[in-house]
Every structure is written in C-alpha cells, then in structure tokens.
Write a protein that binds this ligand. Structure first.
Ligand SMILES: Cc1cc2nc3c(=O)[nH]c(=O)nc-3n(C[C@H](O)[C@H](O)[C@H](O)COP(=O)(O)OP(=O)(O)OC[C@H]3O[C@@H](n4cnc5c(N)ncnc54)[C@H](O)[C@@H]3O)c2cc1C
Length: 488
C-alpha cells in the first residue's frame, strides 16, 4: 500500500505544536502539514497536569503566542485557562482538524536518496503500526517523559500506609479534606501545591532537602490592564510582552552580575512576607547563586501567607526512610502524614523519545550539537522546540517557528529539498546543553545535544540575541548546507 505523504509533520499538539501550526499555515500556505499527537487531547502540559493549583510560573504575556494577545485578567494563569487559550487558538485557525490524536511517533528514519523522513507510529490503544512520510519533521514534543515523572528510590516506601501521589498522575478521586499532607520537593510544583492544598487539608508540610529561591510577584499586571484601557489589544499586548521580556533579561543580568545583592533582595522579600516564626535562613536561603537554578515564582505571596497563617510549614531535612505513618528524617524527626506528594520532578526526554536514524545511522543525542538551539548537526530537515530556562518557553518557540517558515520558504523558492546544519569548524568546543546546577538537569544532560561555544552552535538563553540569530539572520549562513536531493 502506498504510504501517505505530508509535506511537514509536527509532533505534539501542546503550546508549541499548535503555535508552530499557526505559523506554518500563515507563512507557508503552499505546504501541507499535520500534527501527530500521542495523547487523546491537545494542550500537552496544560492538559496533562491536574494537581490542585496548577498554574504558570511565568507571565502569560510572554508565555502566550506573539500573534494572540493574552486577554485574561491574571498574568500568572491557572492550567485550565491556559488550556482554553491553546484550544481556542487551534479552533480559531482551524488547526484542530489537522491533529491526528493517539499517534505516538516511535521512530523517524531519514533517507537522503529520497529526501524524506519515514515515521513509524503507534496508533491508538492497540498500538497499531502506522507509517507516514514527510519532507520536514518539526518536533514539538516538550522536554519530558509523558509516561511517568521522576521519583527517587526512597527507602521503605512500601511501608507507608497512606496514599502516595506524583503530581504528574494526580488521581481524579483524590480527596485531601482534613488530611495531613507532606509535599516532597522545593521546585515550582511544590511551591504551587503547598498553598493550594491548604484550602482543605488539615496541614501541608513542604519537605525539602535544600531551599530554592522563591520570589513573589503580583498575579495580575496592572500596567497591562492600564494599557488595555487605552490601546488596541494587539498593541497593548505587544508592549507588555516587551516590557516583561526586558524586565526578565534585566533581572537575570543583574542576578549574574550582582548575585549577593539580588540574593539579599529576594531573601528580604521572603522575610517580610513569611512572618517571624519561619526560619528564613534555613528554609529560604539557597547555597547557590540566584539563577544557578530556576527561580520559583509564587503569585501574591500565596506560599508565604499560608506559612504565616500556620496552615503550611517547611521542613528542610533529608529523608531517611518512609515509615508506616509517614517519614523518618535524617535528623531523627518523624513526619506523620496521610498523603505524601512526591513533587520530585520530571523525567526529562529529548525529541519525545523518538529514535532518529539518518541513512541507517542512529543519532545519539549526547554526541550531536544543537544548531541555533533548534536543529541538530548532521540531521537533515528536522527542527525541534525547546524553550528558555530563564524566560517563557513560547518566546523561543515563536522565534523557532519564524525561522522554520523562512527556511522552508527559502527552500521552496530555490527548489531545494534538503537542509542540513554541518559543523565543519572543528575548533568549536562542546559545552553542556544547560549550565544549571539543578539535580534534574544534571542527571539528564546526556539525553540532550551539546551546544558549541560559538555561534551558530551556541544556545542563547536570551530572547534579544535569538531575535538576531533566528529572525534577522540569513538562512543561508554557510553552516546550513542545502541540496536539491537526487534530482540535482
Ligand atoms: C507543571 C509545569 C508548569 C510549567 N510552567 C511553565 C511556565 O510557567 N512557563 C514556561 O515557560 N514553561 C513552563 N513549563 C514548561 C512547559 O512544558 C512549556 O511552557 C510548554 O507547555 C511546552 O509546550 P510544548 O508544546 O513544547 O510541550 P508540551 O506541553 O510538553 O506538549 C508536548 C506534546 O507532545 C506530545 N508528544 C510528546 N512526544 C510525542 C511523540 N513521540 N509522539 C507524539 N506526540 C508526542 C505530548 O503528548 C504533548 O501533547 C511548565 C512545565 C510543567 C510541567
């Protein structure tokens, strides 16, 4: 049977995949595309995660698409509102009809002779084998394993008589009314869950090995509301987006330049909100510098207010083992619990776990180098989206989409079939993908490509630099090698 061929296949119908489809539809109308989504629903992260309080930790004026103003009141938005924004975008552009649900891409095999990718896909619950071919593969699969989160090996976990939950698989029947809850973790998920669960729980304890920087920001952006009163929605959104991009860059730059002063500012902020009974030195003062790991943002100081009211508390200690009634800590303290939430992170995964093969050779992620943070050395006609670690994901996703549309249009105009970033300058040194010291990044580095120390192999965690790299730079830059395929 002849295989179905589609010009561009997007993997993933999350925030990035829907955004990529909008850009392709608008800027490359002569190319057909489809979205292959492994799950039965669109929205990715914002559909999968259902724990209490699930929300963004960056502002929606930068986490939203450049092309679609964020019109909701809250700038730090809850998961359901973000999911609606993605769903509305897909519906308004007619992209919902281009999604093939329950299509999980397992393998992508490139043939230079045919100038095309062949995708092996598991379809539906029966995992029926399906094959599709495409000219260009655009992987918008996020950065973590959808099958499960990360849980360390805790000693004695089977002894616990209460309920253990991972935030990635929040049970629909979870009732925590009047329960004693311990949330293990100190990242974005833990600081979201702790104040949210105080609505019904008897008490919520955040148990962390070491503290993170936690910064409070207003949930609403009054400047954006003010602009909206006087300016057209698109213009007001654009200005607020740029304001937030620049403030974010400024804050990141100042943190790197004056870590001591920024550290003091953050810790002073915690101290003024959390009340006199909390040991800020112990629970909110990290040993590393600001932005050596991702900062945690809490809207309207909700975490600090919950602690001040005595509804939540923080324990900084190591887990010795689970016990029947809760947890035994290294200090000897026993923490009793009815429910333990393991907010211990994600299992990071590159390219949605797709096995990539180029002309019979399997691509090993850690041996490749990323080109402009969105293509791979020696891998033709394939791009991927990975957002910023220090700013909103969509800022990079939007720029990547702009670049891919320019690249595809350039190839159409020139009658080219193949584009392949090729590292010929061997003086370029390999550096790790991200310089964060966080455990979850360190244990996953080898699953991701390296970056180089010079452009175009350098991964800028900087929107303004990427504007030049991705939006304004020439597509034909001497590193990208083009060909007309076997017809040339
Ligand atoms: C709880 C949580 C909160 C977050 N908050 C923020 C925030 O505030 N700001 C921010 O910038 N970032 C945040 N992030 C990062 C977040 O993932 C991105 O902002 C954004 O949602 C990523 O969108 P995406 O479409 O690239 O990936 P995802 O949302 O992960 O969607 C990927 C989609 O691809 C599908 N897929 C994956 N592999 C395959 C495959 N092999 N075949 C077929 N389909 C596949 C998945 O099923 C999924 O639908 C958060 C992440 C989490 C987990």
């Amino acid at each position: 049977m002849p295989q179905e061929h589609i010009d561009t296949l997007i993997v993933g119908a999350g925030l990035s995949g829907i955004g990529a489809a909008v850009q392709l539809k608008k800027n490359c109308p002569d190319r057909d595309f489809a979205i292959l989504e492994g799950r039965e629903a669109l929205g990715g992260t914002w559909d999968l995660f259902r724990y209490p309080g699930i929300r963004s930790d960056s502002d929606m004026y930068t986490l939203g698409y450049a092309s679609r103003p964020w019109a909701e009141k809250k700038s730090i938005a809850d998961g359901a509102t973000i999911l609606r924004y993605i769903t509305d975008t897909a519906r308004d552009h007619g992209i919902d009809r281009d999604i093939r649900y329950a299509h999980r891409v397992k393998r992508a095999t490139w043939s230079t002779a045919d100038s095309c990718w062949t995708l092996d896909i598991d379809k539906g619950p029966q995992q029926e084998a399906v094959r599709l071919t495409c000219n260009f593969l655009y992987v918008c699969s996020g950065y973590y394993n959808y099958a499960h989160g990360y849980t360390p090996d805790f000693a004695g976990i089977e002894a616990f008589s209460g309920r253990i939950v991972h935030p990635q698989k929040w049970p629909t029947d979870m009732d925590y009314t009047g329960k004693r809850v311990v949330v293990i973790g100190s990242g974005a998920t833990a600081v979201t869950l702790v104040p949210s669960m105080t609505d019904k729980a008897a008490h919520v304890t955040m148990l962390q090995r070491s503290p993170s920087y936690v910064l409070s920001r207003p949930a609403e952006d009054r400047f954006a509301h003010w602009l909206n009163r006087y300016l057209p929605a698109k213009l007001a959104y654009g200005i607020t987006r740029w304001k937030n991009v620049l403030l974010g860059l400024l804050f990141f730059g100042l943190s790197k330049r004056y870590p001591g002063r920024i550290k003091k500012m953050i810790i002073d902020g915690v101290r003024s909100s959390v009340g006199p009974d909390c040991d800020v030195e112990k629970h909110f003062t990290p040993s590393y510098k600001p932005w050596d790991q991702r900062l945690c943002l809490v809207p309207n100081a909700d975490l600090f207010k919950a602690i001040r009211k005595g509804k939540a508390s923080v324990v900084t200690d190591h887990i010795d083992s689970f016990t029947e009634k809760g947890l035994r800590l290294r200090s000897g303290q026993e923490l009793e619990a009815d429910i333990i939430v393991t907010a211990t992170g994600l299992d990071l995964l590159a390219l949605g776990g797709i096995e990539v093969v180029v002309d019979g050779k399997a691509i090993v992620m850690k041996q490749t180098m990323s080109y402009k943070g969105m293509m791979l050395d020696g891998v033709p006609n394939l791009a991927y989206v990975i957002g910023y670690t220090n700013a909103s994901w969509t800022l990079k996703a939007d720029l990547t989409g702009d670049y891919i549309c320019r690249l595809l249009n350039f190839m159409t105009r020139q009658g080219l079939k193949q584009c392949i970033p090729q590292r010929t300058d061997m003086s370029i040194k390999e550096e790790s993908w991200i310089d964060f010291s966080s455990g979850y990044i360190q244990r996953s580095l080898e699953k991701f490509p390296a970056q180089g120390n010079k452009k175009p192999w350098r991964l800028y965690q900087n929107y303004v630099m990427d504007l030049f790299t991705l939006r304004f730079s020439a597509v034909n830059d001497g590193t990208m090698v083009f060909s007309k395929g076997s017809e040339q």
